[in-house]
Design a protein around this ligand. Structure first.
Ligand SMILES: [Zn+2]
Length: 264
């Protein structure tokens, strides 16, 4: 677990949380592993070999606990019966203390942690927030049983792209990876961060080559457009980007470089 407090858009690693009125971002590490380069789309074998000569890519799943003003917000939940509650406990947050869960999208590595090992709600006092197009896709169109049973354990609030979902947190349309995929712009005390969900999966290749997509993208063309839109915006405004598959601590600042981006 890494605790990062932002001050004047400069991220500083600190151990305390005595920063009033701003943002306090804690990275929660669910799991780390390896993925095969066969997952990549729009990447030649030569390009893959340039970045991953062994054919394997580091991958991980993260969630974020963010204090926005007075509110503690859990962004995504990791895998079903995973260790996000234990990661929160290390930060002094019990499952009962979690009141707001904002989901970037409804893939299992993001909503699954809503359900604990006993098949019950992991966070009994929480309300869940999910975008309307995302809800419509998984619940009404696909009728996905895992999603439906997990969401049924909670009071669910749907929001539209562009809405202020909760105080200080606005939903940005970054659809493509899934039809209702959102990123969240959180702002408090003049500090900002974007919680960008699956805006990229393998930054080693997708930052310099943002056209590279993954097989998990429901609409790879749109996913690429959304990646470029969000990273252009973050680079222009100099806002840090937190991503659930960005390498630990899962938060980067980017600048434009050629056709792609580099980490600052
Ligand atoms: Zn994911």
């Amino acid at each position: 677990m890494t605790k990062i407090i932002f001050a004047l858009a400069v991220s500083v690693l600190m151990a305390s949380c005595a920063f009033a009125g701003g943002l306090e971002v804690t990275t929660l590490v669910e799991t780390q592993g390896q993925s095969d380069t066969g997952l990549l789309l729009n990447a030649s074998d030569t390009l893959k070999a340039e970045y991953f000569p062994e054919g394997k890519m580091l991958s991980q799943i993260l969630a974020f606990w963010v204090k926005v003003g007075d509110n503690g917000i859990l962004f995504d939940t990791g895998l079903r019966a995973g260790n996000i509650p234990a990661e929160l406990a290390k930060n002094g947050v019990s499952p009962e203390n979690v009141k707001m869960i904002l989901l970037t999208h409804l893939h299992g590595d993001h909503y699954g942690g809503l359900v604990n090992s006993e098949g019950k709600a992991s966070f009994p006092n929480a309300e869940v927030y999910v975008s309307k197009p995302e809800y419509d896709y998984w619940v009404n169109e696909l009728k996905n049983e895992g999603v439906i049973s997990a969401l049924n354990m909670y009071r669910v609030n749907q929001f539209a792209f562009g809405d202020e979902v909760v105080a200080g947190v606005r939903a940005i349309d970054t659809a493509g990876h899934t039809p209702g995929h959102v990123s969240f712009l959180a702002e408090s005390g003049g500090e900002k961060i974007i919680i960008a969900g699956d805006i990229m999966h393998f930054q080693t290749i997708q930052l310099p080559h943002p056209d590279v997509a993954v097989k998990y993208d429901v609409d790879p063309v749109k996913a690429v457009q959304s990646r470029k839109f969000l990273l252009d915006y973050a680079a222009w405004k100099n806002i840090p980007v937190a991503g659930m598959h960005i390498m630990t601590p899962g938060i980067i600042s980017v600048t434009k470089s050629g056709e792609g981006y580099v980490k600052q």
